[in-house]
Design a protein around this ligand. Structure first.
Ligand SMILES: [Zn+2]
Length: 302
């Protein structure tokens, strides 16, 4: 067994995953608009200092595309718990981000990855950043799938590719460089299969750390007590609060890896979903609706 971290690590009980609570807002409807188009939409609204700052940001980026939603009513904002949607990281990582319709669909169902700008219920996130985030998530899950398949040949190809990207000075590969340096410092030769695995796990863990650091904090979720027998029944239940959807997604990915989960693909729509080894291993569909639709089509063909 390889020891990955020799510093003090902290773990928490994940048996009751619903304790990893957080809520994330979904505004009524998202659109892709340019900075110019959004600033025109906002022009007539009540101006104040914050709004002016947003407007000047949009004026500086007139051609840049943003995913944008706006609402004036608090009751038009829906909240949900991303940690309860156990396939969400996979959904995000396998999103076809070249298709703007799919990007909008994701936002309409799950909100934005984080808030780039949020002023008076205007949620704005640059479209190209959204696509970059999907790309990063997709790379990590693809690497993890190769690790599960024990496909060292393909992993070694990725090492070559990423090293080349590094030479171009791509900033998003910063964590790859750090992982490589740590491997070199430990004198672990990449000729050895276990060191290749080690390198990729190190890289994945660096990226997860980047997305979750300072974004997830422990909170007291609930207090239980019995007024008639206070001492015996007093209990504070744990919870975790995430301040960005990406932090929650990467936390989910972390749990996915450490709880030894696998990926299955829906027999009807092809979507990836988490295969939970402890529960039904024969699950073939990503959702109930896919199962039902598959059944209907099978019957109509008879
Ligand atoms: Zn499906």
């Amino acid at each position: 067994m390889i020891e990955l971290i020799n510093k003090t690590t902290f773990t928490f009980n994940t048996e009751k995953q619903n304790h990893l609570h957080m809520s994330w807002p979904i505004l009524k409807k998202y659109y892709i608009n340019t900075g110019k188009e959004i600033s025109e939409l906002l022009q007539n609204l009540n101006n104040n200092h914050e709004f002016d700052k947003l407007l000047s940001y949009l004026h500086q980026n007139p051609k840049k595309k943003f995913i944008h939603s706006m609402t004036h009513l608090e009751n038009k904002i829906k909240y949900y718990s991303p940690m309860k949607k156990k396939d969400l990281f996979l959904k995000f990582a396998y999103l076809d981000s070249s298709n703007n319709k799919d990007v909008i669909k994701f936002a309409d169902n799950h909100g934005l990855p984080k808030f780039e700008k949020t002023i008076y219920n205007n949620a704005i996130f640059p479209l190209h950043k959204f696509k970059d985030e999907v790309k990063t998530a997709n790379e990590l899950i693809s690497i993890y799938e190769l690790l599960l398949k024990d496909d060292i040949k393909e992993l070694k190809k990725i090492i070559k590719r990423k090293d080349k990207e590094n030479k171009k000075g791509n900033i998003s590969n910063h964590w790859w460089e750090i992982a490589k340096i740590e491997i070199e410092e430990r004198n672990r030769s990449l000729d050895k299969k276990q060191n290749v695995i080690f390198l990729f796990l190190l890289y994945i863990s660096k990226v997860i750390e980047k997305y979750t650091i300072n974004k997830i904090s422990p909170v007291f979720k609930q207090m239980k007590y019995n007024p008639n027998n206070f001492n015996k029944h007093f209990q504070v239940l744990p919870g975790w609060r995430c301040s960005s959807l990406l932090a929650a997604l990467y936390m989910q990915f972390y749990l996915f890896i450490t709880e030894n989960k696998e990926i299955s693909y829906c027999k009807f729509c092809g979507s990836p979903f988490v295969k939970d080894k402890s529960t039904r291993s024969d699950k073939k569909f990503c959702s109930n609706s896919c199962r039902v639709r598959n059944h209907q089509i099978k019957n109509s063909n008879k």
